[in-house]
Each structure stands twice: as C-alpha cells, then as structure tokens.
Write a protein that binds this ligand. Structure first.
Ligand code: HEM
Length: 418
C-alpha cells in the first residue's frame, strides 16, 4: 500500500517545479522525513511519444540510503524500458541506449565504449579540454558583461564533446539545438524550441543526431582518425564494435548526458561561487589542489539530472514500501544530495567537502556516470582558467532556470568576467 501523500506536495504538478529552489528543497526535506515512499500520478505535461504510453505513476525515492539501495540492486531496479522518462517509450526507441538497458545488453555496450576511453585517449582528451578552456576564457575575458550560459557554459562542453567524437564545427550549433530539444521534452519552449509539436521536435532531433553520426561513422571506417567515433566503429581487441544504431544511441546519450549536464554544472558553479565568496577565495588560493573536491561539490550542489527512473522487476521492499513488479520508482538524486543523514551540513556549499558521497553522477553500480572523470576535469579546467585570467569573475544577476522536473538547467546567467 502506498503511504498517504503529504497533501500539499505534488511532484507531478508542473507548478511545483516553478517554485523557488528553497521551497522545493523544503518539500523534499519533509518527504525524506515521512515514512515510506509517496506515490504520484504521471504528470499532466509528460510527453508521450507516438507508439509509447504514459503507463502508471511512480513512487518517489528521496532518501540517500534508499537511492543507494536501489542502485545496488540493478537486477531488481531495472533501467529499461526508460531511465529518463516517466512515460514508457515506443518499443525499440532505447535499443542500443545503454543508460536505459539492463544486463547483458548494458554490459556489452559499456565494455565496448569503455575500451574506447583507454588511458592514452583520456590523456589526449584532458589535454584538449585544458586547451579549449584556455582558448575560450582567453576570448571572453575582459569583454565586459555577458551571458555566462551562451558565451561560456554551453560552448565549452559542446566543443569538447564534438572534438571527442570528431563532429565538425559547422554542425556544433545544430548539435546544441537538438540537445536542448531532447532534454526539455517540450516543457520549456524558450530552451528547447517548438512547444506546438514537441513530440515531432524531439523525434526530429533524435533523427538529426543519428544521421549526423551515421555519416561520420561510415566515413571513419574508411578514414580512421584518433577520435572516439573511430574507436567505436572499428573492431577493438575483442572484435566488438558498435552497430550503426548503437553508435547513434551512444552519440545521443553523450550529447544529452555529457553536454547538457555539464552546462548546468558550470552555470550553477558560477552562481554558487558568487553567492559564497569565501568558497571562491578558498578555491582560488589552490585551484589544482581543490579541483576535484570543488567539482564534486558543484555536482552535488547542482545535481544537473535531478532524478532517474527504475522499473521494478520483482516484488521488493524499499524505504518501507512494498513494491510490485512493473512499479516505477524515481530516484531523486537531487534530494539524496541534500539528505542530512548522509551529509554533515548538507545545505552548506563547501568546496573542500570530503568525503562527499553525492549521487550527482548516479551510482553506486553499473550505471555510474561514464564521463564523471571528464566532467570533473572540465569543471576544474574552466574555473582554473577563470581564476587565472579573470579572477574577479562573478554572476551579476539571477539565473533563469530551465523549466523541467528532470533537468536542473540554467537558461541564462548574466556575468562579468574581469
Ligand atoms: C556534470 C556533468 C555530468 C553529470 C551531472 C552526469 C550525470 C550522470 C548520471 C546521474 C548518470 C547515471 C544515470 C542513472 O543512474 O541511470 C550518468 C550516466 C552516464 N553519463 Fe554522465 N553526467 C555528466 C557528464 C558526463 C559526460 C561528460 C559524459 C561523457 C563523456 C557522460 C556520459 C554518461 C554515460 C555514457 C552514462 C551512462 C552510463 C551507463 O548507463 O552505464 N556524462 N551521468
């Protein structure tokens, strides 16, 4: 039996996600303190793609220990048929998309992709990230007031991801537009474009990205280079490679999971460092020494992807609630990252926090973010360059949030980079 919901908290009411962050955090604190897992209906604005269905509602998992428990048991808390939508997708949409697959398919894809990120390539990517950070900050520093999201936070991971995959500069703007559209699923026309036909826009973006990488992949079979696409389409040591559809699914996952999340983390990072000047001063005094703890704290603080879904494969108890086969649970990483039981002074932004058992990159377990190391590197590199070239950098106004219950994005953030 579901527990009685707290009457004034409805996570499925789109208006809940328009509340100021402090009010939402207060609501999650009350949910964490209440027994069991509260149940919510499918949100009225949930996008159901043609051939898919809304399906049943979901149980909200808000406590850190319950999120960990679910992720430790991927055999019961499954990522298929979708880990990032409440609605069930059309059959086949997530074939090849490792974040929404379970073993053995997940393990096969994760192995092929992980092999493409061998230590030599990681070292090359790190050097390229540092060079991009220096070039980008060099261009924008000293230009006066600007929008941090469009001038810095978006171009940086966009360029890094495209460079990693070998996508030419002429396609970068299109990649970003598709990423925004898929990420917000029609809930924020100002960010994701057309709200008149959001399903068409989302499917169109999937197809655009799939076509782009299919063309590049085919070319790379004949003309290998040192990019990740080349490694994915050519047989590795075990003779395994990705099919065209799997390559497309991986590229779309990278674009959404690698670009949008990092944009949000960078923008929340600037906002947090401006609001907590003593934390900025601490990090500024030791940019390299604090790079990893500060990056982790920004990811905990921001939690760019606020929840992931699991679907229950067999009867199980979680957080005091009995769940049945087919039940959906949303693991609220954003709430777990503020759980007073897991973090001392959870509401304090502390760039030296250690240990920091945040779940902003998911985990523990098999779906732990494949790009966590690179994402931390991106955050460390970008802020190190800002400390070096534009030490007085600050946000000069309020962030404009992206409208979404899933993505804690920032659409724009005025700043001065001096
Ligand atoms: C601050 C930036 C980032 C955040 C907050 C983030 C967050 C996450 C989270 C929460 C998951 C786990 C999803 C789940 O529990 O089902 C995940 C998975 C994943 N992330 Fe990231 N991510 C970031 C950056 C990146 C980057 C830069 C890349 C690529 C280089 C990347 C690639 C992936 C992939 C491929 C997965 C799927 C792993 C799997 O299912 O085995 N992410 N990410």
């Amino acid at each position: 039996m579901p527990f009685e919901p707290i009457a004034d908290i409805d996570l499925s009411d789109p208006a809940f996600w328009d509340l100021p962050i402090a009010s939402r955090e207060g609501a999650f604190a009350r949910l964490r303190a209440a027994p069991g897992l509260p149940y919510f209906d499918v949100p009225a604005d949930e996008l159901v793609l043609p051939g898919g269905e809304a399906g049943r509602g979901y149980y909200a998992v808000t406590r850190h220990k319950d999120v960990l428990e679910a992720n430790r048991h991927a055999e019961v808390f499954r990522s298929s048929p979708s880990s990032s939508t409440i609605a069930d997708p059309p059959p086949g949409l997530n074939d090849g998309n490792m974040i929404s697959l379970d073993n053995p398919q997940h393990a096969r894809l994760r192995t092929i992709v992980s092999n493409a990120y061998h230590p030599t390539r990681i070292a090359q990517l790190e050097a390229a990230i540092d060079a991009e950070a220096a070039a980008l900050v060099g261009r924008v520093a000293g230009t006066g007031d600007c929008d941090f999201v469009s001038e810095v936070a978006a171009p940086f991971p966009l360029r890094n991801t495209c460079l990693m995959m070998g996508i030419p500069e002429s396609s970068h703007a299109e990649v970003l537009a598709c990423a925004n559209t898929i990420m917000v699923q029609g809930k924020d026309p100002a960010y994701g474009g057309s709200s008149a036909a959001p399903a068409d826009a989302v499917i169109g973006s999937f197809l655009t990205l799939a076509g782009m990488i299919a063309d590049l992949g085919a070319y790379r079979v004949e003309h290998p280079s040192d990019d990740v696409t080349t490694a994915l389409v050519n047989a590795d040591i075990d003779g395994e490679r990705l099919t065209t559809d799997e390559l497309a699914a991986f590229f779309i996952l990278l674009v959404i999971g690698g670009i949008e999340t990092t944009v949000a983390a960078l923008a929340h990072g600037l906002d947090a460092l401006t609001r907590h000047p003593e934390q900025k001063a601490l990090w500024q005094a030791d940019p390299d020494g604090l790079a990893v703890t500060a990056a982790n704290e920004i990811v905990r603080w921001a939690t760019p992807a606020m929840w992931f879904r699991r679907t229950v494969a067999a009867p199980v108890e979680l957080g005091g609630t009995e769940l049945a086969k087919g039940d959906k649970v949303l693991l609220f990483y954003s709430s777990a990252n503020r759980d007073e039981e897991a973090f001392a002074d959870a509401e304090v932004f502390d760039v030296t926090r250690s240990p920091n058992p945040h779940v902003g990159f998911g985990g523990p377990g098999e779906h732990f973010c494949l790009g966590a190391h690179l994402a931390r590197r991106e955050l460390g590199s970008l802020f190190r360059e800002l400390f070096r070239v534009a030490p007085g950098f600050e946000a000069t106004g309020e962030p404009v949030p992206v409208r979404s219950s899933f993505y804690n994005g920032i659409r724009s953030l005025p700043c001065r980079l001096g």
